[in-house]
Write a protein of this length. Structure first.
Length: 367
């Protein structure tokens, strides 16, 4: 038995005590997921990036005979779309299903079996959102390998979860509409998921920011999603995966995070006198505040500072919410055309703050 903690918890413990006694929850779950042929997961909440990570692991690796995910709390539209994508993949591979639990289930139980026998389980505070390393909550879980406790974990599924679960496609909102709870739920918001790195200003403050920009010095980046950019820019998810070797010698592939993204500037954009500096803070068209930076050769890579997923989460969530992008799909020119905008605009805010206004609002919204 071992205590597992989230990345944020690891960062905190480094300040006060040795970290070696604690395991990393996302690393243990990912390793267990790829090392065992049967997986059962019952959690309260899921996230688009965590579900898409499972999709990537399953698509790139044929190591499972059974995978079933049980979701106990309300699903927002974007997470329901992601869950439906995973459900279709599981059915196509003959592996299992995604289920909704009819009661408000808030437990978090992960069970991994090999040759029909329970091998590892975890119980604790981590929802499925905890399997991605960008997760910002302080979580604590227990890794279990004792046979008698593993049997109890298995009984939780058979006695409690499975009897009150139904396939997600049979749910009331299976076609992708908002559920009864439509507000963002904690870590699903940008400022919640990247706590301490992303802020959110009020509508009144945002209106004042818009009054303080001059469009005559706007920098415009044309987002590239042609056939030559299938593994960069907004499609870094599809670039080369990290490879690990299992105990049996077979290799497994671990995809990049779904929301990892960047903007690669053209030579003409790099030379543009209106181009932003190497490091700057943005206020987005929907009121989020975070830091951006430029790096790489000739400072051509425009990306979020501190966490490469912040920019990608912000821009790809816009496409997801407009229903032109499904989790796990490639962003194409057609995607941007359907959204109604192919340009990322950056304009200095004339208020002595040194901040920039970043706009990727859909033109369709204003037509």
């Amino acid at each position: 038995m071992r205590v597992l903690i989230s990345r944020v918890a690891q960062d905190e413990i480094r300040k006060t005590a040795g970290i070696k006694r604690y395991g990393s929850f996302p690393e243990v779950i990912q390793r267990a997921f790829l090392s065992h042929d049967e997986v059962s997961i019952a959690v309260g909440y899921i996230g688009v990036d965590s579900v898409t990570h499972l999709i990537g692991l399953i698509e790139r690796n044929r190591v499972h005979s059974s995978v079933n995910l049980y979701v106990g709390m309300h699903l927002r539209r974007s997470t329901r779309v992601a869950a439906n994508q995973l459900d279709k993949l599981l059915q196509k591979r003959g592996l299992g299903r995604v289920y909704e639990i009819s009661e408000d289930f808030h437990g978090k139980v992960y069970l991994f079996k090999e040759d029909g026998n329970p091998a590892i389980a975890t119980v604790g505070s981590s929802n499925l959102t905890g399997i991605v390393k960008s997760h910002q909550n302080f979580e604590v879980d227990i890794e279990i390998d004792a046979p008698e406790i593993l049997a109890v974990c298995e009984s939780i599924f058979h006695d409690l979860v499975i009897p009150i679960s139904r396939p997600i496609e049979e749910g009331e909102d299976s076609k992708g509409y908002e559920s009864a709870v439509t507000e963002d739920l904690g870590e699903e918001t940008l400022q919640g998921k990247y706590a301490g790195l992303v802020g959110l200003i009020s509508e009144k403050e945002l209106a004042q920011v818009r009054l303080a920009i001059r469009n005559d010095n706007t920098f415009v980046h044309r987002i590239k999603c042609s056939e030559k950019q299938t593994k960069s820019n907004l499609n870094k998810y599809f670039s080369a995966a990290r490879k690990n070797t299992r105990k049996d010698g077979t290799q497994v592939e671990i995809p990049r995070p779904w929301y990892e993204a960047e903007a690669i500037l053209r030579a003409s954009e790099i030379k543009d006198p209106n181009a932003p500096p190497r490091r700057f803070t943005v206020v987005t068209d929907d009121g989020f505040v975070f830091e951006m930076k430029r790096g790489g050769d000739n400072d051509k890579n425009l990306e979020s500072a501190h966490n490469l997923q912040i920019y990608g989460h912000w821009i790809k969530r816009k496409l997801e919410n407009s229903e032109v992008l499904k989790p796990g799909d490639m962003v194409t020119e057609a995607t941007l055309a359907a959204y109604g905008n192919k340009n990322l605009k950056l304009t200095p805010i004339d208020d002595s703050s040194g901040r920039w206004y970043m706009d990727f609002s859909s033109e369709a919204l204003h037509s």
